[in-house]
Write a protein that binds this ligand. Sequence first.
Ligand SMILES: *[C@@H]1O[C@H](CO)[C@@H](O)[C@H](O)[C@H]1NC(C)=O
Ligand SMILES: *[C@@H]1O[C@H](CO)[C@@H](O)[C@H](O)[C@H]1NC(C)=O
Ligand SMILES: *[C@@H]1O[C@H](CO)[C@@H](O)[C@H](O)[C@H]1NC(C)=O
Ligand SMILES: *[C@@H]1O[C@H](CO)[C@@H](O)[C@H](O)[C@H]1NC(C)=O
Ligand SMILES: *[C@@H]1O[C@H](CO)[C@@H](O)[C@H](O)[C@H]1NC(C)=O
Ligand SMILES: *[C@@H]1O[C@H](CO)[C@@H](O)[C@H](O)[C@H]1NC(C)=O
Ligand SMILES: *[C@@H]1O[C@H](CO)[C@@H](O)[C@H](O)[C@H]1NC(C)=O
Ligand SMILES: *[C@@H]1O[C@H](CO)[C@@H](O)[C@H](O)[C@H]1NC(C)=O
Ligand SMILES: *[C@@H]1O[C@H](CO)[C@@H](O)[C@H](O)[C@H]1NC(C)=O
Ligand SMILES: *[C@@H]1O[C@H](CO)[C@@H](O)[C@H](O)[C@H]1NC(C)=O
Ligand SMILES: *[C@@H]1O[C@H](CO)[C@@H](O)[C@H](O)[C@H]1NC(C)=O
Length: 471
Amino acid sequence: MKVSITFLILGLFILLLEANPGIKVKITQKALDYGNQFGVELLKQKLKGKTFEDWNGESTYWFFALNYTISKIRIDNMELPNTSLSLISGTGIKLLVENASAIATADWSVETWLFKDSGSAAVFISGVNLTAIVNVSQNVFGHLKLSLDSCKADVDDMDIKLNQSYRWLYTYSTASLVKSLCSMLATNLCPQVNFVIQKINKDFSQYPVQAQVGNFAVIDYSLINSSTILESSINLDLKGTVYPVEEITEPPFKPTPFVLLNENNSMFYIGISEYLLQSASLAYFTSGAFTISAEQEEMLSSYFKLTTDTLESIIPTISHIHAKPLPVIMNIRITDAPVISLYDNKSILKFSASMEVLAKMPNSTTQSMFTLNITTRTHADLTIFNRRLLTTLCLNSFHSSLAHSNVGLFEASLLDNFLSYILRTGIIPAANFKLKDGFPLPALDPMILMKPSIRIYEGFLLISTDIQSLR
Ligand SMILES: *[C@@H]1O[C@H](CO)[C@@H](O)[C@H](O)[C@H]1NC(C)=O
Ligand SMILES: *[C@@H]1O[C@H](CO)[C@@H](O)[C@H](O)[C@H]1NC(C)=O
Ligand SMILES: *[C@@H]1O[C@H](CO)[C@@H](O)[C@H](O)[C@H]1NC(C)=O
Ligand SMILES: *[C@@H]1O[C@H](CO)[C@@H](O)[C@H](O)[C@H]1NC(C)=O
Ligand SMILES: *[C@@H]1O[C@H](CO)[C@@H](O)[C@H](O)[C@H]1NC(C)=O
Ligand SMILES: *[C@@H]1O[C@H](CO)[C@@H](O)[C@H](O)[C@H]1NC(C)=O
Ligand SMILES: *[C@@H]1O[C@H](CO)[C@@H](O)[C@H](O)[C@H]1NC(C)=O
Ligand SMILES: *[C@@H]1O[C@H](CO)[C@@H](O)[C@H](O)[C@H]1NC(C)=O
Ligand SMILES: *[C@@H]1O[C@H](CO)[C@@H](O)[C@H](O)[C@H]1NC(C)=O
Ligand SMILES: *[C@@H]1O[C@H](CO)[C@@H](O)[C@H](O)[C@H]1NC(C)=O
Ligand SMILES: *[C@@H]1O[C@H](CO)[C@@H](O)[C@H](O)[C@H]1NC(C)=O
């Protein structure tokens, strides 16, 4: 009877498999407890109604050599009253199953030199104990790797009820038969645990450590070798670098170490570093995600319905150059990867842009009037809604300087009100519209995130969440 009790840990590690790419993932004892509970349910579900492989064996009763086959073994009910998952500091996970029991039915047949017979049986298996220690490490590709360090299983007793005429035979051979069946079951359990572990490893190793996100970027979330197992939590360190889709080259800056808080109220803590966000910003910039298309510029310009005479009050020379009012077009270019800074409770995004302001001639050609360099500081509000991380930008301040002018020199700050108006009513809302779909959080089907929260600390974002199965 192959009872693969380690579905228990399978349940837990499915979750790990789909952990959100980040930098630090902390899995607390609370998650292990939930994984244990979820695993027990999963195991019961998986085993219910499943038919196991046949068992063959020999037993002796006095001078009878008795060959038996037990087939169509099905588990009708199973109790796992005392199972737990706990952590062994520096090594791995300990799975403990105590006093498990099951009621199974099976068909049996026996053969001796004297007679043959068969029938059905109900079997009550009790006192199943199992202790397995699983080391958690990683392979050279940065996949999580489990190895069974030790495993011990015992089956205390089996009560077999036959429904056939040779009950007397069973009654007399019972002690040795039960002993043989118990030890057969016990010796089968640990190989089953190992089988499941190897299967989990195979699943891990097939999971890519780099994945494309959207059209512009690739994220690397391979495990790096500083991951640790403490007494109270599993701490996984993931690379968490975002690259432009067309070229995987390391960004010109390095991650700064950060420490997750010593909290354990939630099952999962995911720390996303400023480094990851900055590498994402660079990757998106390099891949052209911040390029503003001619169409978008046209829309922006026509939205404001600006004409040259609007600007004349600030830059009088314009009236000398363009006597009649002409439509004004703005060409906006993000000149550098936005700089992201995380402080306590605050995240700041700094954009550098250049804005060329042109006049549209009656014959549809354009003439550049002037170009401003603008640096804009916005703060980002982050929320988690509907499994997505949503960002809303809000203008804090900006600074402009005149980079080039065909309409004579003027003080760029004179355009501050004009710029403020354009940023607040045009550009920032347009950016927020682009961001409205947010970033998808891990697909944990059939899990949902419970009470996820996001906090900002110096150098990193912290998402803390519980999960719950929908089943
Ligand atoms: C075993 O489980 C039973 C029922 O769930 C519980 O009452 C008992 O305290 C548990 N024993 C241990 C040692 O955890
Ligand atoms: C084991 O479970 C049985 C019921 O299935 C219970 O009677 C017995 O007390 C339990 N033993 C221990 C050591 O928990
Ligand atoms: C029991 O099986 C063994 C081999 O599996 C065979 O050698 C032996 O003869 C069988 N005994 C009986 C009584 O059928
Ligand atoms: C024993 O079980 C078998 C299979 O379920 C059935 O065919 C047979 O009739 C049963 N015999 C008795 C005496 O209950
Ligand atoms: C598990 O880890 C312990 C402690 O680090 C080590 O002694 C043991 O050899 C490891 N076992 C396996 C199977 O890797
Ligand atoms: C199983 O564990 C329980 C509780 O630790 C213990 O009382 C029992 O003797 C164990 N059974 C076997 C077969 O080792
Ligand atoms: C971790 O990896 C780095 C380089 O990838 C290596 O220098 C270091 O020795 C490794 N540390 C351990 C404990 O394996
Ligand atoms: C959480 O941490 C507190 C103090 O650090 C400790 O007392 C408590 O047992 C921990 N809870 C769990 C579930 O590990
Ligand atoms: C951040 O916000 C939390 C809760 O709103 C507050 O307790 C904490 O003091 C704030 N930290 C700083 C540095 O403002
Ligand atoms: C369009 O008009 C401007 C001035 O009004 C002139 O300088 C330019 O040569 C004209 N371009 C074409 C293609 O006609
Ligand atoms: C404007 O920005 C460009 C880079 O985008 C830079 O080369 C130039 O020096 C800047 N000009 C001023 C006046 O700040």
